[in-house]
Every structure is written in C-alpha cells, then in structure tokens.
Design a protein around this ligand. Sequence first.
Ligand code: SF4
Ligand code: SF4
Length: 646
Amino acid sequence: MAFLNGCEAVARGAWEAGAAFVGSYPGSPVTGVVEGLLRFPEIKTQWMANEKVALEAAIGAAHAGQRALAVMKHVGLNVAADPFFNVAYTGTRGGLVIVVGDDPGAKASQNEQDTRQLAQAAHVPVLEPSDIDEALIFPRLAFEISEQFDVPVVVRVTTPICYGTSRTVMGARRQVLPNLGFAAPIEKYLLLPAFVPARHKDLVRRIDRLANGHWSRWFMQTLMPAERLEKYPYGIVVTGFPYHAVREPFEGRAPILKVGMSYPLNEEAILEFAARCDRILVVEESSRFLEQRIRALGVNVAARPHFDGVGEFSLKHLESPDIPEIAERLQERIGHKRIVIPIRHQATTPESHSGLPLPPRPPGFCAGCSHRGIFYTLGKRDLYVVGDIGCYTLGALEPHGALHANLCMGASLGILQGYLAAMGPEAARSCIAVIGDSTFFHSGIPSLLTAVTAKIPGTILILDNAGTAMTGFQLTNRPLKRDDWERLLHALGVPEFAVVDALDVDQLESTLDAFLASDRLSVMVVKGDCVQGLPRKGPTNYRYTIKTDLCTQCGECLKVDCPAIVPSWDRQTARLDSVAISTECIGCGLCSQSCPEHAIIPRTLSFKSSVLTRMIAPVPWHRVIRRLRAIPPIRKLLNAFEKETH
Ligand code: SF4
Ligand code: SF4
C-alpha cells in the first residue's frame, strides 16, 4: 500500500504490466506519468520531440515484441493522429497502450476535446479509470487486451484523476518474456492500398469481438438497490471520474451501471440495464460521447440541461427535468456541504485553513525567467505578435501585453505566413511570430522550411530556454549551443539569423530593429536558461539590490514584471513609495537595464560609500558578469564564491 497520485498510479500500473519502453512529449495533466516512469530502471523512458515521434517509437518497440507505452495530452493525440489511426490497422505484436490526459475545464490546455471521439474514429478501445486504484489496474488490463485483440488501447485519464491521491494496493512486476523479432507478415504490417481493405475489415472484426466478449462485460459494474423492483423509475450509467460522485448519493436508491470501457461498448449489456429502468441518466466528463451511443440504441435517455460538455464535471450536471428526484436527492443528501469523493486532492495551502480569502495569484513568468527580456522589449513596440504554445504565452498578460494570438503547437510560423500572404509583405514590419525551442523542434521546423522555400520576408523569434519549460522543464531534444543554432539555420536556408542573449535588452532591441527593417526572412534565436533547470538551492549571492538614494520611484523597473521586485505603495496617494528586491532574485540583471537612474546594481557591489556606488552604478554589470562567467577559470572562482553553479 502507498499513497499515489493518479499519474504515479498509471506509471506503477505500466511497470507492473511489464512495460519495457515509454515514449512521450510532456503535457498536463499527464507529465507526471512519465516522471513516475523515469523512476523505474527496468523501463526505457524517453522524452521525444513530439507526440507523433513518441507514438511511432512506442509502435516500433511494440512491433518488435515489447510491451510499450506512449503518453500524451489530448491535443498531443492530434499530432500523433496519423500513426494512431494506422497502427489500429496493422495491430501489434507486444502490447501497445496509449495514455491520454484529457483536460475538462481546460486548466492547462488550448481546448477541451474528448479523446474518446478520436479513438472511436480510429477503432481504438478506450478504458476510463474512475479512481486511483483503477488508474493503476487499467493500464495492466490494457496491455492484456492489446495483446489478445491485436489493437492499441487508450487509457483515458482526466485532470481530477491525475492530480488526486489515494492509498493504493500495489503489485509486483509481471515478468514478460518478449518474443523479439521483426513484424510480419507483410500483408499485415505494410499498409499498401492492396492490403488496406482487408486490414480494415480485420480491425472491425477485432473490435466487434472485444465489444461482445467477456472483457467488455468485465468492465461493467452494476450496483442495484436492495429493494427489488420490476422496473425502476430511473437508472444511471456513468463512466470515469464522476462515478464516485454519483455513487455516494445514489447507491441503493437507483440502479447504477459503471462503464469502465467506453469504446467499444457492450450494447447488449446496456440494453439489458436500460430495460430495467424507465429512463437512463448518462453521466460523463467532456462531450456526450456515451450518451449519444446509448441514445442511438433507442434507450430513453433523460435530458441534462446543465451538461454541455464545457468545463469540469459538477454535481449540477446530474440534474434533469425528466427526473426531478435527482435534484431532490442531491439537495437532501448534500445540502450546502461538499460531497465526499474518495479521492483526496493535493494538499491545501495553510491559508485555506485560516478562513481568510486567498489572495489572487495571477500566473506570470518566474523570477529571472529568460523570456521576460524579449517581452519587455516587445511590449514597448506596436507589433502584432503571433505566439505558440509554451510559458511565453504569459507575454500576453499585463504589463507586457505583447502576444496577441496563438493556436496550437508549431502554428505561429504558418499563421505569420498566412498574414503576409493576405496583407502583403509590408505586414512583415508589424507582424512577427514567436515560438519556443521545444515547440520549434516539435512541429515548427516544417513551417520554417516552407517560409524559406517561399522566400517570404518576416521576423521569427525562437525563444530558446533549452527545454520544455511549461510542464516543469523536461529535455525533449538536445539543447543547442550558439554554433549549433547557426549551423542549423544556415542548413535550413534561412537568409538572415542571429543568436542573441535573452537577458541583454540592448542586443534584443538592435537585432529586432534590424530584422524588422529587413526584406528577407529573419530568425532571431533568443537564448537563455529556464530557471526551473538551474541547480539552485537557496538565495543567490549574485542577486541585485536597489540603492534607495539613487532610486526616484519612477516605477520603470516594475514594467519588467519580476516577482522578486517588491513595490510598496503610499495608501493615501496610491503612488509608488519604494521598491525593493527580495531573495527570490536570481541575479539575471534584467531590471538593472530598465532603470534610468542606474539604481539597481549587484548586491555584492553595493558599497556603503554612495560616491563609490554612484561611480560604479552605470557599468553594465549584467554583461560584465556574463562575460566573466564565460571564462572557465573565472567561472570556477565565481562558483566557489557562489557555492552554486548557475
Ligand atoms: S535581477 Fe531583477 S529581474 Fe532579474 S531576477 Fe533579480 S529582481 Fe528579477
Ligand atoms: S526603475 Fe530605478 S529609479 Fe525607477 S523605481 Fe525602479 S529602481 Fe527606482
């Protein structure tokens, strides 16, 4: 027994099933699954450039005979849709399981799409765990089904399952002896048009066999009231996380059918259950996937006006004008109290126990974030900035307000090309694209190649912080050095490019000016480090400080928007009273470049003598320190002083 969160449970389940290979690209809510898997030395776990590559690598391992897993968020499955649809045709030798994290409520996503819709279109079975125990067991069963029915299997987990925790029984790792070899025969594994119709027919046959066999029945669990009736006024069919929310108030009151495999559906079992009830209420997260399938069977399904598939699951979703008893029961059972669901959410913060309202915590860049410099620069210009998916989306927020649109991974470069095609090359002076390094390698390169081939103008900024930062900093590709970038962009045929220091505002300004004035396609790689990847253990000696005798309270440094800069306001006049720098500062030096009075200097150079301080203050210390750190013996000395390595 151990306390596991949903992601750890899925990871443990895959390990217990004997999985040997995992490919993934990070994305909430399932990044934790891969981080959990990285703890198991028996499994080769790899971050990949994107979800398509991750699934293809898992397919390769499964075709070779190993049990393989691919992990991605729901929008990642769109990227992997090509291999996803086709591997259902070829089938697999070793078990192939795809864990997909859906995000009802879009807490950390671009949309709320329902993976079940895509899986049904591809004829890929879907298992939906309802709690942490099932999050551990279902991956194990998914591997069994995958091998028995020669299909990939999706384990669909949603945000509340991933982030909930519970005491869970764990098992031992299954010893799987893979029959390693190359996939054959050719008629099965080579999707030539001549072979495709037969493969499609075979896939439909495999799915029908699964739908009508014992597995689909096994995943259905019925809870009947103690009072036996010929026919009940209503029954509830539920799948996934809402199961416990339904069970607590309605067990013993109404028949409940839990569906653990939402595709393919055992229609006979659904009809048997429905035959015992006047109406059926279908409860699920995201879209009305299950409801539509049950309606299509001719079952009398109750209307749910509060359920439109938008947002997280709520008990309000259970209310139906067709079954007034449901609302009455909820009122009687729950009243104003919160329902007890046997999944504990992450620990609450101490403030929540005080009874005081929690202060708002708007999202923002970390202290010392290397994206801040470019958005500080862009925020001062009148540009339309097409962004991409990553931390830098936060550049849209005030005080920067310097990002105006985004769509999906890698789309910014294509959208820029569309703007230029529609508005003419002159638009390149006022519209630019911004993309992160991880997103660029994920799916930005093909768009850049298209732009090069089309010989369009335009400015593209690649914000390189050497990793996939938004999800907690994972290395999905090899970090590139300055020379590597130059070689890559040269090889791609980009006519004009530069690699600039993300924390040097003058360099950012002058390079951006030059590129905006250019008639050629220009790529500016803004190179910095994600602070999440720095080996920091506490406050740094390199942090900056504000000399109060030089500060005029102009407020310019607040536009840098660093959480380490703490303003204090005069309550009477609402004017800036003073500014200070907290120990959160990592010494990036960005704010010092914004101060017109040179009042922000490295703390170690803050002398008592104000004459001396005034003399040294105008020196561009951020540049001096960076240059010194580039010299190995001096870096060693500085590190000894710092006792850290950033
Ligand atoms: S130097 Fe300035 S901008 Fe950089 S982390 Fe410290 S306070 Fe923030
Ligand atoms: S920019 Fe400089 S002078 Fe202005 S408030 Fe900040 S520290 Fe003071």
